[in-house]
Design a protein around this ligand. Structure first.
Ligand code: CP
Length: 316
């Protein structure tokens, strides 16, 4: 694997291999000394053209725990404001000796362009491109589901038979797309739940669709993944107002009480508390939201490791 541009590109074996390596990294992340020497001498460049808290800091921690040097580039405050292009920004940072680019961009396809335009031959990791994909988020979500649902039973390494409902603004969500591809590859039973205005064309999705969250909750899913309403990507009005959205599509206190205690509650963050998810659910013992963030570091260590040191093992 030269680049990680999408979850769609991953075979089942590749996905399980990355998840197993992320589990090894998670064990290393519990040690007093969390550092591995694997990427000493390598330079990872975070190229962030869009805001981020979780993804940016976790790639930074991941690179540092593998002993790589890390350059943090944010478009805000850079020469992008003077009109500098993605190509020239990438060439400028490549001139400093980059070994990997981690790219977040508002344009769907930006990571494919950086990887395939021939500007550089540096591996690219897609850290979220427009409404297209966010593959490391898909991996950290799968890691979290595997960790929580497999601990006390004999399920295998994939997610066969696990029922996952993804709820909310599917239309604008790269997290939903990456999860749909990866969860399908791993054998999960996926349903997306959204108002018609926030549901992509049925032909685009290879999953069941629903417009009724209460029916979904009555079906007792193993996982309920709530998505953020992405106001910044909305051009137009997609629902009458926030109170109505919350009462019909939100994980309210009353819906939370109707869920089985075994249902995992996930959210990729950042959350709009009180809109798509209530605090009672977000802060409950069923919530994996903080654990997802921790697993993000382990997954990103695994991805950097696979791309930059494919011949090495984690105990070297
Ligand atoms: N989940 C996620 O991508 O969060 P950030 O935008 O904070 O990176």
């Amino acid at each position: 694997m030269r680049h990680l541009l999408s979850s769609e590109q991953l075979t089942k074996d590749q996905a399980i291999d990355l998840l197993d390596l992320a589990d090894e990294m998670a064990e290393i992340n519990t040690r007093e000394n969390k550092k591995l020497p694997t990427l000493r001498g390598k330079t990872v460049v975070n190229l962030f053209f869009e805001d981020s808290t979780r993804t940016k800091t976790s790639f930074e921690l991941a690179a540092k725990r593998l002993s790589a040097d890390l350059v943090n580039f944010s478009a805000k405050g850079s020469s992008v404001s003077k009109g500098e292009s993605l190509k020239d920004t990438a060439l400028t940072l490549a001139a400093g000796g980059a070994d990997a680019f981690v790219l977040r961009h508002s344009a769907s396809g930006a990571a494919h362009t950086l990887a395939n335009a021939g500007w550089t031959d540096i591996p690219v990791i897609n850290a979220g491109d427009g409404t297209h994909e966010h593959p490391t988020q898909g991996l950290l979500d799968a890691m979290t589901i595997r960790e929580r649902l497999h601990k006390n039973n004999s399920r295998g390494k994939d997610l066969a038979g696990v029922s996952v409902a993804i709820v909310g603004d599917i239309l604008h969500s790269r997290v939903a797309r990456s999860n749909i591809h990866l969860l399908n590859t791993l054998g999960a039973d996926v349903t997306v739940v959204a108002p018609t205005t926030l549901m992509p064309n049925a032909g685009e999705l290879r999953v069941k669709t629903s417009h009724n969250l209460d029916e979904t909750i009555a079906g007792k899913p193993d996982v309920l993944m709530m998505l953020r309403i992405q106001q910044e990507r909305m051009k137009g009005v997609f629902f009458p107002n926030e109170t109505e959205y919350s009462s019909i599509w939100g994980l309210t206190k009353s819906r939370f009480k109707r869920l089985p205690e075994t249902t995992l509650i996930m959210h990729p963050g950042p959350m709009n508390r009180g809109l798509e998810i209530c605090s009672e659910a977000a802060d409950s013992s069923q919530s994996t939201i903080v654990r997802q963030v921790a697993n993000g570091i382990s997954v990103r260590m695994a991805v950097l490791f696979k791309l930059l040191a494919p011949e090495r093992s984690a105990d070297e």
